[in-house]
Design a protein around this ligand. Structure first.
Ligand SMILES: NC(=O)c1ccc[n+]([C@@H]2O[C@H](COP(=O)([O-])OP(=O)(O)OC[C@H]3O[C@@H](n4cnc5c(N)ncnc54)[C@H](O)[C@@H]3O)[C@@H](O)[C@H]2O)c1
Length: 246
């Protein structure tokens, strides 16, 4: 129970990586506030945590909306008395070549992947500073290094790393660390529903140094480590969870 007594907020925790991270943090002793755009999926994650004996609550809504973010933070503190760990996980893709990419495609991806990370961090970190302990864990992606058809997504995920490194400078002296996880290809519902998913399994996975796609548990274990006291002297870092793929 290395995260026992801590309180975590996980955004986009209704499925995929967010769900796995919420379950893992709860299994290591954290109380968890589950956020997702979809109330039903957030409630399903919460039910799993409750069934395992964990403390959990739900605030559904889009973290692109500052009113929702304020509510998410204040209800976490009201419910659990603190906020120690923020996992900015919610994210989307809208992959197209630049020639086909619309302003709406650009704005939707940047608004969630980067702007919501800023919004949640802005409203949650004052509580961490006040208690002189905190963990901000931001979901970047290996795509921060570039991918054809992902100019919007790559820019957002590279932005998340720059944001995190700068915030790490601001908050380190208060015992608050800010780190990123950059997953490779992880078999979440967001990925298994892609039309080219089977080709990822058949053609890409065998080329990886660890020749399989990642699992949500691969990422959740790293999030739990970053959230723990073991990671106290690590900040501004990006941990790639890619099976060795760059
Ligand atoms: N799966 C991968 O291979 C992979 C690789 C690199 C990075 N990532 C990143 O990891 C994160 C999670 O990815 P995933 O594969 O689990 O995605 P997913 O699509 O399976 O799940 C994302 C969850 O976020 C929720 N969500 C969407 N918009 C939201 C909003 N505005 N507010 C709150 N919740 C919202 C969705 O309802 C969903 O439950 C994302 O930031 C993604 O970019 C994933």
């Amino acid at each position: 129970m290395r995260i026992g007594g801590r309180v975590a907020v996980v955004t986009g925790a209704g499925q995929g990586l967010g769900e796995a991270i919420a379950l893992r943090l709860a299994s290591e002793g954290a109380a968890v506030m589950v956020n997702d755009l979809h109330h039903d999926s957030a409630t399903r994650t919460a039910a799993q945590i409750r069934a395992g004996g964990g403390r959990v609550a739900v605030v559904a809504g889009s973290v692109t909306d500052e009113t929702v973010v304020r509510d998410l933070v204040s209800r976490t503190v009201d419910e659990f008395g603190a906020l120690h760990i923020l996992v900015n996980n919610a994210g989307i893709t809208r992959d197209k070549l630049l020639k086909d990419l619309t302003v709406d495609d650009w704005d939707a991806v940047l608004n969630l992947n980067l702007r919501a990370t800023f919004l949640c961090s802005k409203h949650a970190t004052p509580f961490m500073v006040q208690q002189r302990w905190g963990r901000v864990i931001n979901m970047s992606s290996r795509a921060h290094l570039g991918n054809k058809g992902q100019t919007n997504y790559s820019a957002s995920k590279a932005g998340v790393i720059g944001f995190s490194r700068s915030l790490a400078f601001e908050l380190g002296k208060f015992g608050v660390t800010v780190n990123c996880i950059a997953p490779g290809i992880i078999a979440t519902p967001g990925v298994t529903s892609l039309p080219h998913y089977q080709s990822l399994v058949d053609r890409v996975a065998p080329t990886l140094p660890i020749p399989r796609l990642g699992t949500p548990a691969d990422v959740a274990g790293v999030a739990a480590f970053l959230a723990s006291d073991d990671a106290e002297y690590i900040t501004g870092e990006t941990i790639h969870v890619t099976g060795g793929r760059y």
